[in-house]
Structure formats: structure tokens, C-alpha cells
Design a protein around this ligand. Sequence first.
Ligand code: ZN
Length: 140
Amino acid sequence: MENRSFYNEILTEHNIHPEFKFDMEDADIVLEGVNPSCGDDVWLKLKMDGDIISDGAFIGDGCAISQASADIMLGMVIGKKKDEAIKLADTFVKMIKGEASDEEIESLEEASALQDISHMPARVKCAVLGWRTLKEALDK
Ligand code: ZN
């Protein structure tokens, strides 16, 4: 029960007051991710300093889960190395599929609030949209 309201609180907070939802005009990497099954759309924008994600933002439309997940993600990956960010993305996807260990879930900090989505198959693509786009962007 407590978990459930924490989940709602995080989603609401990141939708009403997103920290990273704005247009970054001088980004080094720009990539769009779409989830047609829900109509979610995320434009991810990253600034790179060598191997490090020095700054990031996103713009987009979509359901509360897709937008909150992207906002939480940016808060976690800015300042991290490419490899670390990719590892977080892999762990997040694992959690959403219900395959992550407790330790792995813990390493996801605030994003772990979305773990219950593993029980909502229709929302899985919403939750992983930003992370999937991030991986794709960093792979280039
Ligand atoms: Zn969605």
C-alpha cells in the first residue's frame, strides 16, 4: 500500500514539475523515441563531454509513465559515463520485465519506484521508452 502511493507520488511529481523537460538547443545527440501502442513520444537531448553525459533534457508528449520515467532517467544519468548509463538502462529494463534482483532494483534509486509496472504489461513500453531511446542514442 505504501509502495503504491510512493509510486503515484513520484509519477505525479515528475509530471507536474519535470526537472529535465525543456528544449536543449545545443545538444550533441538528439534522438526521438516513440511508443505507438500508447502514443508516447520522447525527444531525448544529450550533451557529451568525451565519454560523460554532461547534460541532458527531453521534450515530448505521452502518458504520465512515459514522461515521468524519462525525467527520472535524466536525473540519474547526467554526470555518468556512457557505460554506466547503459548499464542502468539495462538494469531498468530487467526490473520492468520482473527479472532484476533486489540489489539491482536498489541500484536504480528513484527509478525503482516504477518496479510495479512489471505487473502491468500494457505499460511496459511506456516505462522503458526513455531508457530504450537513451541506449540507442549512446550506441551511436
Ligand atoms: Zn504510455
